[in-house]
Write a protein that binds this ligand. Structure first.
Ligand code: DC
Length: 233
Protein backbone atom coordinates (compact mmCIF):
# COMPACT_ATOMS: atom_id res chain seq x y z
CA UNK A 1 0.00 0.00 0.00
CA UNK A 2 2.58 2.59 1.11
CA UNK A 3 4.60 2.32 -2.07
CA UNK A 4 4.84 6.05 -2.73
CA UNK A 5 7.24 8.21 -0.75
CA UNK A 6 5.20 10.15 1.76
CA UNK A 7 5.92 13.82 2.44
CA UNK A 8 4.90 13.47 6.05
CA UNK A 9 3.43 10.99 8.47
CA UNK A 10 0.04 9.34 8.49
CA UNK A 11 -1.60 9.67 11.89
CA UNK A 12 -4.65 7.45 12.30
CA UNK A 13 -7.17 7.99 15.10
CA UNK A 14 -10.12 5.75 15.91
CA UNK A 15 -12.56 5.75 18.78
CA UNK A 16 -16.23 5.82 19.70
CA UNK A 17 -18.67 8.63 18.92
CA UNK A 18 -18.32 11.83 20.90
CA UNK A 19 -14.82 11.20 22.20
CA UNK A 20 -13.34 14.35 20.62
CA UNK A 21 -11.52 12.75 17.67
CA UNK A 22 -12.16 15.70 15.34
CA UNK A 23 -11.28 18.44 17.80
CA UNK A 24 -8.12 16.64 18.84
CA UNK A 25 -7.22 15.61 15.29
CA UNK A 26 -7.56 19.19 14.07
CA UNK A 27 -5.37 20.51 16.90
CA UNK A 28 -2.69 17.95 16.07
CA UNK A 29 -2.85 18.62 12.31
CA UNK A 30 -2.62 22.41 12.82
CA UNK A 31 0.42 22.04 15.02
CA UNK A 32 2.20 19.81 12.51
CA UNK A 33 1.14 21.72 9.39
CA UNK A 34 -0.73 18.60 8.24
CA UNK A 35 -4.23 18.19 6.79
CA UNK A 36 -7.08 16.64 8.76
CA UNK A 37 -10.05 14.56 7.64
CA UNK A 38 -13.01 13.21 9.54
CA UNK A 39 -13.97 10.13 7.49
CA UNK A 40 -17.42 9.94 9.11
CA UNK A 41 -18.26 12.95 6.92
CA UNK A 42 -17.78 10.78 3.83
CA UNK A 43 -20.32 8.21 5.09
CA UNK A 44 -22.65 11.05 6.03
CA UNK A 45 -22.22 12.73 2.60
CA UNK A 46 -23.22 9.53 0.81
CA UNK A 47 -26.16 9.10 3.20
CA UNK A 48 -27.32 12.65 2.45
CA UNK A 49 -27.00 11.99 -1.28
CA UNK A 50 -29.01 8.76 -0.99
CA UNK A 51 -31.78 10.55 0.90
CA UNK A 52 -31.85 13.39 -1.66
CA UNK A 53 -31.89 10.94 -4.58
CA UNK A 54 -34.59 8.78 -3.00
CA UNK A 55 -32.30 5.75 -2.72
CA UNK A 56 -33.48 3.31 -0.03
CA UNK A 57 -30.81 3.24 2.69
CA UNK A 58 -31.56 -0.47 3.24
CA UNK A 59 -30.74 -1.32 -0.38
CA UNK A 60 -27.07 -2.34 -0.29
CA UNK A 61 -26.74 -2.78 -4.07
CA UNK A 62 -28.24 0.65 -4.79
CA UNK A 63 -25.99 2.28 -2.19
CA UNK A 64 -22.91 0.58 -3.64
CA UNK A 65 -23.89 1.80 -7.11
CA UNK A 66 -24.42 5.30 -5.78
CA UNK A 67 -21.02 5.34 -4.04
CA UNK A 68 -19.37 4.35 -7.31
CA UNK A 69 -21.22 6.78 -9.58
CA UNK A 70 -21.28 10.07 -7.64
CA UNK A 71 -18.33 12.40 -8.04
CA UNK A 72 -16.21 12.72 -4.92
CA UNK A 73 -14.09 15.82 -4.32
CA UNK A 74 -12.12 16.84 -1.31
CA UNK A 75 -11.50 20.54 -0.69
CA UNK A 76 -9.25 21.89 1.98
CA UNK A 77 -10.71 24.75 4.06
CA UNK A 78 -9.17 28.21 3.87
CA UNK A 79 -7.15 27.33 6.96
CA UNK A 80 -5.33 24.77 4.81
CA UNK A 81 -6.02 22.08 7.43
CA UNK A 82 -9.52 20.63 7.36
CA UNK A 83 -10.49 18.59 4.31
CA UNK A 84 -14.19 18.73 3.46
CA UNK A 85 -16.17 16.28 1.33
CA UNK A 86 -17.86 17.62 -1.80
CA UNK A 87 -20.32 15.16 -3.38
CA UNK A 88 -21.59 15.72 -6.93
CA UNK A 89 -20.33 19.30 -6.66
CA UNK A 90 -22.22 19.94 -3.41
CA UNK A 91 -20.25 20.97 -0.31
CA UNK A 92 -22.38 19.22 2.30
CA UNK A 93 -20.81 20.36 5.57
CA UNK A 94 -24.06 21.66 7.06
CA UNK A 95 -26.59 19.19 5.62
CA UNK A 96 -24.68 16.13 6.85
CA UNK A 97 -25.25 17.17 10.47
CA UNK A 98 -29.04 16.72 10.15
CA UNK A 99 -30.56 14.12 12.46
CA UNK A 100 -32.00 12.07 9.56
CA UNK A 101 -28.50 11.80 8.06
CA UNK A 102 -26.95 10.68 11.33
CA UNK A 103 -29.66 8.07 11.84
CA UNK A 104 -29.34 6.59 8.35
CA UNK A 105 -25.55 6.77 8.22
CA UNK A 106 -25.05 3.59 10.24
CA UNK A 107 -27.04 1.64 7.62
CA UNK A 108 -24.91 3.12 4.85
CA UNK A 109 -21.69 2.44 6.77
CA UNK A 110 -22.69 -1.22 7.10
CA UNK A 111 -22.61 -1.86 3.34
CA UNK A 112 -19.43 -3.68 2.20
CA UNK A 113 -19.45 -2.11 -1.30
CA UNK A 114 -19.70 1.37 0.19
CA UNK A 115 -16.85 0.68 2.61
CA UNK A 116 -14.68 -0.62 -0.22
CA UNK A 117 -15.17 2.56 -2.26
CA UNK A 118 -14.63 4.89 0.69
CA UNK A 119 -11.58 2.93 1.82
CA UNK A 120 -10.00 3.47 -1.61
CA UNK A 121 -10.75 7.20 -1.46
CA UNK A 122 -9.34 7.42 2.07
CA UNK A 123 -6.16 5.63 1.06
CA UNK A 124 -5.82 7.99 -1.91
CA UNK A 125 -6.09 10.99 0.41
CA UNK A 126 -3.57 9.62 2.86
CA UNK A 127 -1.13 8.22 0.37
CA UNK A 128 1.12 11.25 0.22
CA UNK A 129 1.21 11.53 4.01
CA UNK A 130 1.19 14.67 6.18
CA UNK A 131 -2.34 13.85 7.26
CA UNK A 132 -4.37 13.14 10.37
CA UNK A 133 -7.33 10.87 9.59
CA UNK A 134 -10.03 9.87 12.05
CA UNK A 135 -12.89 7.39 11.96
CA UNK A 136 -13.75 3.92 13.16
CA UNK A 137 -11.54 1.65 11.05
CA UNK A 138 -8.62 3.88 10.10
CA UNK A 139 -6.08 2.18 12.40
CA UNK A 140 -7.32 -1.32 11.64
CA UNK A 141 -8.36 -1.41 7.98
CA UNK A 142 -7.59 1.79 6.07
CA UNK A 143 -4.09 2.55 7.34
CA UNK A 144 -2.89 -0.42 9.39
CA UNK A 145 0.61 0.80 8.44
CA UNK A 146 0.09 4.35 9.75
CA UNK A 147 3.08 5.96 11.42
CA UNK A 148 1.05 6.46 14.58
CA UNK A 149 -2.18 4.74 15.56
CA UNK A 150 -4.21 6.17 18.40
CA UNK A 151 -7.35 4.73 19.98
CA UNK A 152 -9.16 7.49 21.85
CA UNK A 153 -11.56 6.56 24.59
CA UNK A 154 -13.59 8.27 27.32
CA UNK A 155 -16.38 7.16 29.62
CA UNK A 156 -19.94 7.31 28.31
CA UNK A 157 -20.90 9.83 31.01
CA UNK A 158 -18.06 12.13 30.07
CA UNK A 159 -18.84 11.90 26.36
CA UNK A 160 -22.49 12.71 27.10
CA UNK A 161 -21.46 15.64 29.28
CA UNK A 162 -19.20 17.06 26.55
CA UNK A 163 -21.86 16.67 23.87
CA UNK A 164 -24.48 18.39 26.06
CA UNK A 165 -22.11 21.27 26.73
CA UNK A 166 -21.22 21.59 23.05
CA UNK A 167 -24.88 21.70 21.97
CA UNK A 168 -25.79 24.23 24.65
CA UNK A 169 -22.82 26.41 23.73
CA UNK A 170 -24.11 26.55 20.16
CA UNK A 171 -27.51 27.71 21.46
CA UNK A 172 -29.29 24.37 20.99
CA UNK A 173 -31.47 22.55 23.49
CA UNK A 174 -29.89 19.43 24.93
CA UNK A 175 -31.38 16.73 27.12
CA UNK A 176 -28.50 14.92 28.86
CA UNK A 177 -30.53 11.72 29.35
CA UNK A 178 -31.42 11.47 25.65
CA UNK A 179 -27.87 12.31 24.65
CA UNK A 180 -26.49 9.52 26.84
CA UNK A 181 -29.00 7.08 25.35
CA UNK A 182 -28.01 8.02 21.83
CA UNK A 183 -24.30 7.56 22.67
CA UNK A 184 -24.99 4.08 24.07
CA UNK A 185 -26.93 3.25 20.91
CA UNK A 186 -24.16 4.51 18.60
CA UNK A 187 -21.51 2.56 20.53
CA UNK A 188 -23.57 -0.57 20.03
CA UNK A 189 -23.91 0.06 16.29
CA UNK A 190 -20.20 0.77 15.86
CA UNK A 191 -18.97 -2.16 17.95
CA UNK A 192 -21.43 -4.76 16.72
CA UNK A 193 -21.31 -3.96 13.01
CA UNK A 194 -20.50 -7.08 11.03
CA UNK A 195 -18.12 -5.35 8.66
CA UNK A 196 -15.13 -3.39 10.00
CA UNK A 197 -16.51 -2.77 13.48
CA UNK A 198 -14.77 -0.34 15.79
CA UNK A 199 -11.95 -2.11 17.61
CA UNK A 200 -8.54 -1.30 19.04
CA UNK A 201 -5.63 -2.14 16.77
CA UNK A 202 -3.16 -4.29 18.71
CA UNK A 203 -0.39 -1.73 18.30
CA UNK A 204 -2.51 1.38 18.81
CA UNK A 205 -1.65 3.75 21.64
CA UNK A 206 -4.76 3.93 23.81
CA UNK A 207 -5.49 7.33 25.33
CA UNK A 208 -8.34 7.65 27.80
CA UNK A 209 -9.40 11.29 27.70
CA UNK A 210 -12.04 11.09 30.46
CA UNK A 211 -10.04 13.33 32.78
CA UNK A 212 -7.97 15.16 30.18
CA UNK A 213 -8.65 18.32 28.18
CA UNK A 214 -8.60 18.21 24.37
CA UNK A 215 -5.35 20.22 24.46
CA UNK A 216 -3.76 17.71 26.83
CA UNK A 217 -4.70 14.79 24.58
CA UNK A 218 -3.39 16.63 21.51
CA UNK A 219 -0.19 17.34 23.44
CA UNK A 220 0.29 13.63 24.18
CA UNK A 221 -0.22 12.72 20.55
CA UNK A 222 2.27 15.38 19.46
CA UNK A 223 4.82 13.98 21.94
CA UNK A 224 4.35 10.55 20.38
CA UNK A 225 4.73 11.92 16.85
CA UNK A 226 7.82 13.94 17.69
CA UNK A 227 9.34 11.53 20.14
CA UNK A 228 9.50 8.63 17.68
CA UNK A 229 9.37 5.32 19.58
CA UNK A 230 6.17 3.55 18.65
CA UNK A 231 5.21 6.71 16.80
CA UNK A 232 8.16 6.81 14.47
CA UNK A 233 8.99 4.93 11.35
O1 DC B 1 -18.51 9.83 13.30
P1 DC B 1 -19.80 10.01 12.57
O2 DC B 1 -21.00 9.82 13.42
O3 DC B 1 -19.87 11.29 11.81
O4 DC B 1 -19.84 8.83 11.49
C1 DC B 1 -20.94 8.66 10.62
C2 DC B 1 -21.18 7.17 10.40
O5 DC B 1 -20.10 6.58 9.69
C3 DC B 1 -21.35 6.35 11.68
O6 DC B 1 -22.38 5.41 11.44
C4 DC B 1 -20.03 5.64 11.84
C5 DC B 1 -19.56 5.48 10.42
N1 DC B 1 -18.11 5.49 10.19
C6 DC B 1 -17.51 4.31 9.82
O7 DC B 1 -18.18 3.28 9.76
N2 DC B 1 -16.18 4.27 9.53
C7 DC B 1 -15.44 5.39 9.59
N3 DC B 1 -14.14 5.32 9.29
C8 DC B 1 -16.04 6.61 9.98
C9 DC B 1 -17.39 6.63 10.29
Amino acid sequence: MASRKRRGKVIAIDGPAGVGKSTIGTLVAKELGYRFINTGEMYRALTWKALEAGVDTRDAAALTRLANTVSWDFKTNEDGVIIRTVIDGEPVTTQIREERVGMNSSLVAGVPGVRKKLRALQRGLGDEGAIVMEGRDITTVVFPDADLKVYLDASIDERARRRTKQLRASGKKADPVRIKESIVQRDMQDLQRRINPLRQAEDAVVIDSTTLTMQEVAGRILELVRGGGSAGR
